[in-house]
Design a protein around this ligand. Structure first.
Ligand SMILES: [Zn+2]
Length: 163
């Protein structure tokens, strides 16, 4: 099973995720993290679903081409009355918009293969570029991107606020 631990994300992406969850909580929306880091093997298994394995297609990202492997993507789900509310379109729109406030790119707004649960911060890098740089370097690039686009100010403000 893949990770649901925010600590398996790059530190700056983890901070953004915490800030996103707080924004959602402030709006009365409870979300859970359903996937953070996914290994190459786990991505290969997921990619097979709907192709060589039974089920509906879950991802268009080939193994090596998922941002989950590079620790900059996470999937979330809203919880209503103790259950995951997969089909509430308006709720997803809200969650997506709140994620974008703290720097996430939301896959629910993509034109092709929308993925409502998926959020990522890539700082303009592609998966092949992430593959070529060490994680600490990726963290610096992502952090600088969040700082230069002022998202870090929003994140830090949110993290400072008490419940
Ligand atoms: Zn995802």
């Amino acid at each position: 099973m893949w990770s649901r631990d925010l600590s398996d994300l790059l530190p700056s992406v983890k901070l953004a995720a915490i800030a996103h969850a707080k924004l959602c909580a402030d709006a009365g929306i409870a979300i859970i993290e359903t996937c953070t880091y996914r290994s190459l093997d786990e991505q290969a298994k997921l990619y097979a679903i709907g192709r060589t394995e039974p089920g509906a297609v879950k991802t268009n990202a080939l193994p090596g081409k998922s941002f989950h492997q590079h620790r900059v993507a996470r999937d979330v789900a809203p919880i209503i009355n103790g259950k995951v509310a997969w089909d509430d379109f308006e709720l997803w729109q809200q969650i997506g918009a709140l994620g974008e406030k703290v720097g996430f790119e939301w896959a629910g707004s993509w034109k092709h293969f929308k993925e409502f649960p998926h959020f990522q911060i890539t700082a303009g890098l592609g998966t092949s570029e992430f593959s070529e740089i060490p994680q600490d370097e990726a963290e610096i690039i992502v952090l600088e991107w969040l700082e230069s686009s002022d998202f870090m100010t929003v994140i830090e403000q949110l993290l400072k606020e008490k419940k």
